[in-house]
Design a protein around this ligand. Structure first.
Ligand code: AHR
Length: 497
């Protein structure tokens, strides 16, 4: 049996977890909105047409903030189409996904839905076909209390109280040639800066996210990020990162995807810090990893001009869930800079929650690591010292077999560890919590199984789900536990006073 050792010392602290790293994303894409979160006529729909079965799972998932309405969709979207009496809202061609958009659901409905889901909104404005003025108008509609054209229109439309949306993305993936009205870095930088000025004049409290590179594989990365930040460093609060992973036929390589995510975060951090030095700024730019996931269906043919077509509906395996779990650990271990993130997406479209039109809903495999971390990764991220074997994979020179994040909650006196074990055999793990005094082990939950390709479906909705293991042996501050081959683990300890 292979061995590993993790040492955690109370003094080795990184940063506290920002709750907004447990964000997700709803785009007007496929069945994310229509028959995902919103389906009037569904037996479980409430008076607003929101599916209550989906709302329950969204709450169980622990999502704190939801990005909306896109994605590629936002770059051709006129937000005004989605407000006012539903009967007069226009049907439009959505050029991003070649679908018909009925506009039955818009920003007011989304704000109502978020209230019920207990989540904040991360709104995106259109910087493709949209203008800085449109963005200012949308913000005035959403956040200004009343007594101006747009805020009075919101009140007339049934929302006396402002939506009070704090976080706004300035466009989406504007570096991508696929984007509607894609821009060069200088052009986007200037447009984002001028939009940001208007938005902060309308509401000085808002936090703004500028569009960073849509992936480290873009030929313009990281120059895009540098240029954009040079224009917007004063106005921006975050720069965005997007990255999707897929299994290209080598499980070991795929399981090490977290190494790539970590490198990407470090490169964007270095780029932002270069601009900080160059602009002589005192501010440190934070990172919003607002699209991340496993995604396989990029090359699938999209049926044209349908209403809410069933597209990008990836079904996730146990292996995918382990990869997602590894990525969550990396986000946590970069908590000093990654202050916001969004699992893309939330329902049906590359999502942890999957529905039938008019029917049932299930948790995909990827639901579990997210839900467990969202519930228990609260507090201070520690610097763990991990002694374990590493192995090179196809894409990475060396990737550790044990990838871990440790969170110390001083208020509840808990020390919780999240761990991806990508080893092929069981590993005996020694945990040394030295300066924490006496601890007792509360829980060891494991996501693993005999078949890495196993998925959850409507006939077997719980085929893949975490199991509780024996809590192992240990006293004081040293524990010995076994972590199975190919597993994602959550270990919870209580610190005695
Ligand atoms: O999440 C799906 C798509 O991926 C988004 O619309 C876009 O921003 C990204 O390329």
């Amino acid at each position: 049996m292979s061995k590993a050792k993790i040492i955690i010392d109370k003094d080795y602290q990184l940063a506290s977890v920002d709750k907004n790293i447990f964000g997700s994303f709803i785009e007007h894409l496929g069945r994310a909105v229509y028959s995902g979160i919103y389906e009037p006529g569904h037996p479980l729909a409430d008076e607003n047409g929101f599916r209550t079965d989906v709302l329950e799972l969204v709450k169980e998932l622990g999502v704190t903030i939801v990005r909306y309405p896109g994605g590629n969709f936002v770059s051709g979207y006129n937000w005004v189409d989605g407000i006012g009496p539903k009967g007069s809202r226009p049907r439009r061609l959505d050029l991003a996904w070649k679908s018909i958009e009925t506009n039955e659901f818009g920003i007011d409905e989304f704000a109502d839905w978020c209230k019920k889901a207990g989540a904040e909104i991360m709104a995106a404005v259109n910087l493709g076909t949209g203008t800085p003025q449109d963005a200012g108008n949308m913000l005035e509609y959403c956040n200004y209390p009343g007594g101006s054209y747009w805020s009075d229109l919101r009140i007339k439309n049934g929302h006396r109280e402002p939506h009070a949306i704090k976080t706004w993305c300035l466009g989406n993936e504007m570096d991508g040639p696929w984007q509607i009205c894609h821009l060069e870095a200088d052009d986007y930088g200037k447009k984002a800066r001028e939009t940001a000025k208007i938005m902060k004049w309308v509401d000085p409290e808002v936090k703004l996210v500028v569009s960073g590179s849509s992936g480290p594989g873009m030929p313009t990365f990281p120059e895009w990020d540098r240029t954009v930040l040079e224009y917007t460093y004063e106005q921006a609060d975050y720069i965005s990162l997007h990255r999707y992973y897929e299994n290209l036929g080598d499980n070991d390589d795929f399981l090490a995807s977290f190494v790539d995510m970590d490198r990407f975060i470090r490169s964007v951090t270095a780029t932002a810090d270069y601009v900080k030095a160059r602009t002589r700024s005192k501010k440190t730019m934070m990172l919003s990893f607002d699209e991340w996931n496993v995604w396989y269906m990029k090359k699938v043919q999209i049926p044209e001009w349908q209403q809410a077509p069933a597209i990008l509906e990836d079904r996730y395996s146990l292996l995918d869930a382990l990869v997602v779990g590894g990525l969550i650990i990396t986000l946590l271990n970069n908590a000093d800079r990654v202050r916001m993130a969004a699992l893309a997406q939330l329902v049906n479209v590359i999502a942890p929650i999957f529905t039938e039109r008019g029917g049932r809903v299930i948790r995909q495999t990827t639901f579990y690591p997210f839900a467990m971390a969202a519930k228990y990764a609260k507090g201070m991220v520690m610097h763990p010292l991990v002694h374990c074997a590493t192995e090179g994979t196809k894409s990475y020179e060396a990737a550790p077999f044990v990838h871990t994040a440790a969170i110390y909650n001083e208020e509840t006196l808990e020390l919780n560890l999240f761990m991806l074990h990508r080893g092929r055999d069981t590993t005996e793990l020694e945990l040394d919590f030295r300066s924490f005094g006496k601890l007792s082990m509360q829980e060891h939950s494991i996501l693993d199984g005999p078949d890495l390709d196993a998925i959850n479906d409507f006939e077997h909705p719980e085929r893949v789900k975490p199991r509780k293991a024996q809590t192992g042996t240990g006293e004081g501050s040293i524990f010995k536990i076994q972590i199975p081959a190919y597993s994602w683990n959550m270990l919870r300890f209580k610190i005695e006073k």
